[in-house]
Design a protein around this ligand. Structure first.
Ligand SMILES: Nc1nc2c(ncn2[C@@H]2O[C@H](COP(=O)(O)OP(=O)(O)OP(=O)(O)O)[C@@H](O)[C@H]2O)c(=O)[nH]1
Ligand SMILES: [Mg+2]
Length: 291
């Protein structure tokens, strides 16, 4: 059987999933097992607190009929279900995140995925910080043949979003996907800029739910967790878009995000190809991780 993790997230499988799976084959829970598990979870960026929580829970496991694998499955699913859950069908998606984490690429991928579902999509190039950013999204829009509203360099992102909302209403669109610069220059500036964008949307499209996704580079480890925390304080983040999962074996951050920041992962991306994006479904992911 070719699982998604084995096939597409090769590194995650090699570094984390296969080792985890072989540890869970052991019949007794002893100190050696607990130590090895702890090291593995920490290496996978599960973070100290969440790792400790998992280890403590495993120590508490009573001897019984339930296998360690099934116990672990319940434990991990439980952690992911504790956080707010991501609602996939909001009409508006706002992408925020640090430079180079994959906002623009992911905006293109999401637009393509929605288009394939038969939705009428409008892309918004509201990263007006550099001209090249607008061109980058425009080239995605051309490639996948969806409409786009272009900002100009230096323009107020909220005014680009205003124009986009008007086109959205008049053009009978289903989905609005907004790419931002989202630099974390200072928290105060970022908050002011994003709040202006939220106000415009609330005014023009008051009935449309907004998903704010923070893009997090899966390869950055503990740094990425910190970024998620800062963005959560600056924007109305509803979920995480975890990128570059083709290049990392550090899937543990998904559990830390849910456990410590109450943030659900919404999508995984795993390559530069337009189709390299997948909805994150808790049961599916944990089942594949544990084999
Ligand atoms: N391997 C891999 N590369 C990716 C993935 N997603 C994005 N990239 C690459 O990461 C780089 C940065 O992606 P962008 O989409 O431009 O990132 P951004 O957040 O828009 O960056 P700024 O606009 O500078 O803030 C590009 O070279 C992308 O091709 C992914 O899932 N896997
Ligand atoms: Mg960009």
């Amino acid at each position: 059987m070719f699982s998604f993790i084995k096939q597409k997230l090769t590194k995650l499988y090699d570094v984390f999933a296969s080792k985890l799976s072989s540890l869970l084959n052991r019949s007794t829970i002893d100190d050696t097992l607990l130590k090895e598990l702890e090291i593995l979870l920490l290496q996978a960026d599960t973070g100290v607190q969440t790792t400790r929580k998992i280890i403590e829970k495993i120590k508490q496991k009573q001897d019984g009929d339930q296998s360690l694998r099934d116990y672990m499955r319940e434990l991990l699913v439980g952690i992911l279900q504790q956080s707010i859950q991501y609602v996939f069908d909001a009409p508006i998606t706002l992408l925020v995140g640090v430079n180079g984490t994959g906002k623009t690429t992911s905006a293109g991928k999401l637009a393509y995925a929605y288009k394939k579902e038969g939705k009428k999509v409008l892309l918004v190039a509201a990263d007006t910080f550099r001209a090249a950013a607008v061109e980058q999204l425009q080239s995605w829009a051309q490639q996948i043949d969806v409409d786009i509203v272009l900002g100009t360099q230096g323009q107020d992102p909220a005014s680009v979003v205003y124009a986009a909302c008007e086109q959205f209403i008049n053009g009978d669109y289903d989905r609005l996907i907004i790419d931002t610069a989202g630099r974390l220059q200072t928290k105060k500036n970022l908050m002011a800029e994003l709040n202006k964008v939220y106000r415009v949307i609330d005014k023009k499209l008051p009935d449309c739910a907004i998903n704010t996704l923070v893009t997090i580079d899966g390869m950055l480890g503990q740094n990425s967790f910190e970024q998620a925390r800062l963005f959560k304080e600056s924007a109305q983040v509803t979920g995480v878009l975890l990128t570059k999962m083709d290049g990392t074996g550090k899937g543990g951050v998904i559990f830390a995000l849910a456990d410590q920041l109450d943030l659900p992962v919404a999508y995984l991306t795993y390559g530069e190809n337009i189709e390299a994006i997948k909805k994150f479904i808790i049961d599916e992911y944990v089942n594949e991780l544990l084999g």
